[in-house]
Design a protein around this ligand. Structure first.
Ligand SMILES: O=c1ccn([C@@H]2O[C@H](COP(=O)(O)O)[C@@H](O)[C@H]2O)c(=O)[nH]1
Length: 236
């Protein structure tokens, strides 16, 4: 799917980073038709949220299972086979060669798309060095993108700051999915490589992942609608 083929509303992925299935379902009800794509990550998945993937898919919503798998290849393959049966659209794995190879094998010919997390958006150069890496953020993101492409991974998770360089490497063959999105004036929290929704789209991001600025807002639907408006303006 080229960026032009993505439905504008699907470009916003709301992270359901909430403590329970009840809280997630209440948020989904509040957001209504404003949000078509949801992300389920550690907090909700470990609170019984995985069955919500199928429930949301049955209602015509798309779901990104942000489980960030990383294990020996065989375990990743078997885990991905199980996730593929849940009805998710996207699943994340960490961008290590054995992990990505195992994930592509597990995804097989199913409709699940594998996204490789290049460098977490909460990391800057100092954080990478402290974790023992010699490469800087952009070098590591680009090296991992090249490996992911060779291994047949479907998309990449990076900050919007790297999207321009990634597009030159992978063209439109891979989905570019960007957390680290902050509407102007919203709290940064622990994110270190950030951009506004409009600037991220202009930079070439396919999908924007937004959690706290939406789910912690007094009026989450108003924030989601404002992001859609900013995205539409950036798309022209
Ligand atoms: O590099 C990454 C990979 C995943 N995430 C996830 O995205 C959301 C962002 O939430 P905010 O509240 O908008 O910061 C969250 O679920 C992360 O686990 C990421 O931020 N960075």
């Amino acid at each position: 799917m080229t960026p032009a083929e993505i439905a504008p509303k699907d470009r916003l992925i709301v992270a359901l980073d909430l403590p329970s299935v009840d809280a997630a379902e209440a948020m989904i009800a509040r957001l209504g038709d404003s949000v078509t794509f949801y992300k389920i990550g550690y907090q909700l998945a470990y609170a019984g949220g995985l069955p919500l993937i199928g429930k949301l898919a049955d209602k015509g919503k798309k779901v990104f299972a942000d489980l960030k798998l990383h294990d020996i290849g065989n375990t990743v393959t078997r885990g991905v086979e199980s996730v593929a049966r849940l009805g998710a659209t996207f699943l994340t794995v960490h961008a290590y060669p054995q992990t990505m190879k195992g994930a592509v094998e597990g995804r097989g010919t199913s409709r699940l798309k594998i996204l490789a997390v290049t460098v977490l958006t909460s990391y800057n150069e100092d954080d990478l060095h402290a974790a023992g890496y010699r490469l800087g953020v952009s070098e590591l993101v680009e090296a991992r993108a090249q490996q992911a492409q060779v291994l047949g991974v479907d998309g990449l998770v990076s900050s919007p700051e790297e999207v321009g360089a990634l597009r030159k490497i992978v063209g439109h063959q891979m989905h570019l999915v960007t957390p680290g999105i902050r509407p102007a004036g919203s709290a940064t929290g622990d994110q270190k490589r950030i951009m506004t929704p409009g600037r991220a789209i202009t930079a070439g991001a396919d999908y924007l992942v937004v959690g706290r600025p939406v789910v912690e807002a007094t009026d989450p639907k108003a924030v989601a609608d404002a992001i859609h408006a900013e995205v539409a303006q950036a798309l022209g």
